[in-house]
Design a protein around this ligand. Structure first.
Ligand code: PMP
Length: 432
């Protein structure tokens, strides 16, 4: 037998799965690359949390206590269960009841409905894998969270975009779209409606109480022979700075069987810990857990034990107060800068978010903002970057609106935000 390595096979074509072909590079990778190549550019693009807020002291304290207890420490270093650490799931049920302003009993569900995931992104991805065959339909807002649009594309799902305004997805339009799908005989293929209900990424809006109620009613109305789920992505729910405190879509569904609710500790505590969770309808508990088990045997048990300690010791609650204070100042800095630099530019408008990390800005329709646009190039030359609105639409590339921008205030200091907005206004003005 020859000892030489046989390299002849390396040039043979690889037969990738269909799913691999549906999956494309994240549009945001281009921005990350630009940021590396232009280190002096002020990024109003990155949706990262502020590095200054990362809770090093809290994590050190919780980790030390966790490892000081032999049983807890060893438990944290062992495999866990797929559904997640029971103590954390209990704490999450309490936490969720607090957010819903009711008792755990009034929630009407138990911890068996809670699935711990590696960030909430994993739940978004698992839901797509468990529910969608190629050609199945998901209704999404326009604009929507672009990473989730990628998840849907990755399973070959068809998306139908529903317009949104300052109160989120327009439910009348959703109802009409479902009617059109029904007339076309496509209702059996409609599996889900996706909404980012609080301080949307990218639009910065909340679904008003009225809209949430209507949304639950419309989903119920069109769930005739099959359930049409609502996926409520509440990633930014706890980052509220002012304005009304809206109830969740989940709370509007009395059956507790229609809404898949997801939340995360990434924005409020640490994205590196990668702990998110879903509250899922009973029919989806086992299918999602089975799929997750096949992928990872359960999320990091260490991270889950850590988050349980952080919640139980009150470290999360106190950290959240500081985080919100810091982000509110930054949100204000961005809105003040928008007024200062953009109010005289004709046709430029922006939303005033009451929470979250993003301001959504619209330019006159004849000014494209895409990666290939003059504006994007001029913005980078002026030393600033933004997320082109175009990538936040799930429609086919030639029908996407292309005159909007997502501006993040999470990472930069208030001074950096002011300077970034000044630079951006110069680039925009040069295109008017
Ligand atoms: N949903 C939305 C709307 C988001 O903006 C993000 C993060 N960008 C996520 C889900 C996923 O975050 P994570 O996986 O860190 O919980």
């Amino acid at each position: 037998m020859s000892t030489k390595m046989d390299v002849s096979h390396s040039s043979l074509p690889v037969r990738f799965s269909q799913r691999r072909q549906f999956t494309s590079e994240l549009a945001i990778s281009f921005l990350m690359q630009q940021a590396v190549e232009n280190p002096l550019v002020i990024s109003l693009a990155a949706g990262l949390v502020d590095p200054q807020t990362l809770p090093v002291a809290e994590v050190l304290q919780a980790t030390t206590e966790m490892l000081a207890s032999e049983t807890v420490g060893k438990g944290a270093l062992q495999y866990g269960t797929t559904a997640g650490y029971v103590r954390l799931r209990r704490l999450l049920l309490d936490h969720f009841a607090q957010l819903e302003k009711c008792s755990v009993e009034q929630l009407g569900i138990g911890i068996d409905r809670i699935l711990l995931t590696t960030g909430s992104q994993q739940l978004l991805s698992l839901v797509c894998e468990v529910l969608f065959d190629p050609g199945d339909i998901c209704l999404v807002a326009g604009p929507t969270y672009f990473v989730f649009a990628g998840n849907l594309a990755g399973v070959g799902a068809r998306t139908v975009t529903i317009p949104s305004d300052e109160h989120g997805m327009q439910i009348d339009a959703l109802d009409q779209a479902l009617n059109v799908l029904h007339q076309a005989g496509d209702l059996p293929r409609v599996k889900m409606i996706y909404v980012v209900s609080y301080y949307d990424n990218p639009a910065g809006t909340c679904l008003s109480e009225e809209r949430s109620r209507q949304l639950a009613a419309v989903a119920k109305k069109w769930s005739r022979d099959h359930q049409i789920f609502i996926l409520e992505d509440a990633a930014y729910r706890e980052l509220r700075y002012d304005g009304p405190e809206y109830p969740s879509v989940w709370s509007m569904d009395e059956s507790r069987e229609q809404v898949i609710y997801t939340q995360t500790f990434s924005k409020t505590f640490s994205p590196g810990i990668r702990v998110g969770f879903g509250i899922v309808p009973s029919a989806l508990v086992q299918p999602l857990a089975d799929r997750k088990g096949n992928e990872d045997f359960g999320s990091s048990n260490f991270a889950q034990h850590l988050m349980a300690g952080v919640l139980q010791q009150g470290l999360y609650a106190s950290h959240l107060v500081d985080v919100k204070h810091g982000y509110k100042l930054k949100r204000d800095a961005m809105l003040i800068a928008a007024k200062k630099y953009f109010s005289k530019l004709p046709g430029v408008t922006w939303r005033h978010p009451h929470g979250g990390l993003y301001v959504w800005m619209s330019l006159p329709e004849n000014i494209p903002t895409s990666f290939r646009s003059d504006l994007f190039r001029r913005a980078v030359e002026a030393g600033v970057m933004y997320v082109p609105g175009e990538i936040c639409y799930a429609d086919s590339p030639d029908s996407r609106p292309n005159h909007q921008m997502r501006l993040s205030f999470g990472v930069q200091t208030p001074e950096g935000i002011d300077e970034g907005m000044r630079r951006l206004s110069i680039a925009v003005q040069s295109c008017l």
